[in-house]
Design a binder for this molecule. Sequence first.
Ligand SMILES: C[S@@+](CC[C@H](N)C(=O)[O-])C[C@H]1O[C@@H](n2cnc3c(N)ncnc32)[C@H](O)[C@@H]1O
Length: 261
Amino acid sequence: MNEQSEVNKKAWSYRAYEFWTNNLGLPNEVAKDMISNPKKHLRRHIEFLGDVKDKKIVNLLGSCGKKAVPLAILGADVTIVDISEENKKYAMELSKEAGVNLKYIISDFMELNIDQMCNSFDIAYLEGGILHYFLDLNEFSKKIYNLIKIGGKLVLNDFHPVRKIFKSQDIFKDDGLELTGNYFENELKVGEVAYEKFFPDNEQREFPKCLLRYWTMGEIISSFAAAGFIIEKLVEGPRFDSHKNIPGEFTLVASKFKIER
Ligand SMILES: C[S@@+](CC[C@H](N)C(=O)[O-])C[C@H]1O[C@@H](n2cnc3c(N)ncnc32)[C@H](O)[C@@H]1O
């Protein structure tokens, strides 16, 4: 495993299960809500995913199962790949409470042996904090391309790269924005694991840090195009705080047709 993945695995193995149970809720309660309205948990992504019934979906970096379980409730056959054992624990409890099957592979995605999985998924679905965990986007996108069937698609949602030039990178927090930084910065940065800020100040010091590489929009789109994907849509959405005039997220929808590059 490379240094970045080792560091990030350590970060995501620290108090993640505790975070999910305290902030998302107990698996039995969350499962009940998911069963009553699975689409609510998929937000606007369901529009891009389409009818998922009987579809084989790989939910890469699928974390605690908060998207995989609603997809399984809607009838999809879902496999998560994620680096964190703590996330798996929550996801498996959630799927059990929801009465659905979930396959969960613990692995650094870049080290996952996909020989037996090539061309097997209808959809690769990734959302909410993905690309900054990888140092080589070309390798990353090629690997996803190989997992998907011909005619299958990619739905990738992530934080908008424009966040690189705002002082507050936390797009959920309403604490004023200041323009700063360098959009073209290409070094690895030390950052907090996504849920550290939800713990008391005195406990935050104990949290292992992440190593993150923030990409530009040009780098992202170019990598997926180079892998062979046909780009169908790039939909940008506003920030989640009050700064609705600034992009906060994007969703890339791309297909795999019979074009091998
Ligand atoms: C921000 S979450 C994205 C999913 C979801 N939106 C969430 O908020 O939980 C990032 C996930 O990536 C996983 N992860 C980080 N680096 C990884 C890697 N190299 N291979 C596989 N999973 C990785 C972490 O364990 C974490 O579950």
